[in-house]
Design a protein around this ligand. Sequence first.
Ligand code: FMN
Length: 305
Amino acid sequence: MKPKIDLNIAGLYLKNPVLPASGTFGYGIEYEEMVPLDQLSAIITKGLTLKPREGNSPPRIVETACGVLNSVGLENIGIERFIKEKLPRIREHNIPVIVNIGGETAIEYEELAGILDKEEVEALEVNISCPNLQKGGAAFGNDPEIAGSVIERVRKRFSRTVFAKIPPADNINPVALACQNEGADAISLINTIRSLAIDIETQKPILGGIFGGLSGPAIKPVALRMVWEVSNILDIPVIGIGGIFTGSDAIEFILSGAVAVQVGTANLVDPLSCLKITEGIKEYMARKGIQNITQLVGKAKLSEK
Ligand SMILES: Cc1cc2nc3c(=O)[nH]c(=O)nc-3n(C[C@H](O)[C@H](O)[C@H](O)COP(=O)(O)O)c2cc1C
């Protein structure tokens, strides 16, 4: 029997539980020659803002021993051009579109949600790791009250599925709870971990933006722990992200409590990663005689409770 791996998150139907993570798969259509996009469960766009952004000065990406540091700085074409130029092209592939949004103020998120509610967009992923310029640049998602207020504003204006993507802060549990209480349908975690690389010859930071976000295999154990803890306290689903390169990595996240996963840095190495990881999940399920992926969600925790 074919294992059942599809799922539904607050009305958003996903034919498999593996999504490309924001910022690592462009607007999707850049890969249409290389990847059969209709086999993906959805596209999550790179982060979009109200106005176009040029992003941080180069260099923007540096490899580390076990991952990647990036300081792209949310470079994007702005919501207006996205709707005109990219959205109709993505729609040709007949898969759900999840738009990742970012902002410098809470009002910017609200406006984006209002604009996108009128478009053919199945879901929003609200990236609350962005710096809040009205509060000295600390990420919205570091403070439960501020995180909740952003989600509340988005929820008021967007009528379909809303994911809250939260940063890996120490107080991740209260932040996740605040997002749930204000109407998020799912929590995506984790975003990158703020980090630094130094060039000892120039004796300066390597990245133009000084600090960057660490992603890839190095962050997987941190992300797994956070998925475990956050899924313990929430009623809404958790989507696990962080260093997933193989079907086995994805299974670890699902056993820790994630209902679905996102794949980021692995796309930079192999754009077919999501499809290969989906196959890996199916092979594991066949090998273990598991018929429905829901049987695996949080299973590693059963002895704990
Ligand atoms: C180059 C790059 C750009 C990214 N841009 C975004 C973005 O625009 N919005 C966002 O929410 N996350 C962004 N992320 C974070 C990823 O979506 C993901 O949360 C993170 O990389 C951890 O997953 P991974 O270890 O599989 O890469 C970016 C990551 C990378 C490497």
